[in-house]
Write a protein that binds this ligand. Structure first.
Ligand code: HEC
Length: 191
């Protein structure tokens, strides 16, 4: 016990000396926190969490998604990009069946509709845009079946315009699975 008293600077432990030392240590602590805390706060304010900083800078409407849903959405997106490339390749070779097959990868279906509704449950307007996009992609397949090159190009352009405008409007926001919007997702999926 004597060692403890010595460490805190007390020679003969009596209540008065303990009180005086306690006050000295407390004053020290106040001065230190006054000097260190503001410096630490400024430091962390100038270096905020990079993910939070991006979140604050990106002004697009957030689409709240659980990590699982966000990954799934990005996989779909990369598949859309591949489908677009396959359509262009088909156009270059005048291979209309290939164009039709590629467009079908982005086409509308009841399953696709359900998925878009779950993805967009927390972002007003997102699902409607997504569904409209899939229906526009279906038009590419219709023109490909007719071997109508101009029609394919026109509908491809209208489809791409929807990729562009959705990306300009929305961004992913990763939220913990089970938060309000992911609960809405689950409620909707169980309907
Ligand atoms: C209804 C909205 C919507 C439409 C339509 C849409 N996207 Fe996306 N896409 C998104 C969102 C949201 C993201 C996530 C972007 C972010 O968080 O910055 C995304 C991300 C992407 C990514 C990045 C994937 C990754 O791995 O990071 C690609 C590529 C992409 N989209 C391609 C396309 C293409 C090609 C089309 C059209 C053929 C398309 N998207 C149509 C909403 C959409």
């Amino acid at each position: 016990m004597d060692r403890v008293w010595r460490i805190v600077g007390i020679v003969s432990p009596n209540p008065l000396e303990i009180l005086v030392k306690f006050k000295q240590w407390f004053a020290c602590l106040v001065v230190l926190s006054g000097a260190v805390l503001p410096a630490w706060a400024t430091e962390s304010a100038s270096h905020p969490d990079p993910a939070m900083e991006l979140d604050r800078m990106d002004q697009r409407t957030p689409v709240p998604l659980s990590p699982h849903m966000a990954l799934h959405q990005k996989q779909n997106m990369r598949d859309h990009l591949e489908a677009i490339q396959a359509i262009i390749a088909g156009l270059a070779k005048q291979d209309f069946p290939a164009i039709e097959a590629a467009a079908a990868r982005m086409g509308f279906s009841k399953e696709m509709e359900g998925m878009c509704q779950r993805m967009g449950a927390g972002a007003p307007g997102f699902s409607d845009r997504a569904i409209k996009f899939h229906k526009t992609a279906d038009e590419i397949a219709v023109y490909a079946r007719k071997k109508d090159e101009k029609g394919v190009l026109d509908s491809l352009n209208r489809t791409l315009a929807q990729c562009v405008s959705c990306h300009a409007t929305y961004r992913q926001q990763i939220v913990a699975a089970g938060t309000s919007s992911t609960l809405i997702e689950r409620l909707k999926s169980s309907e």
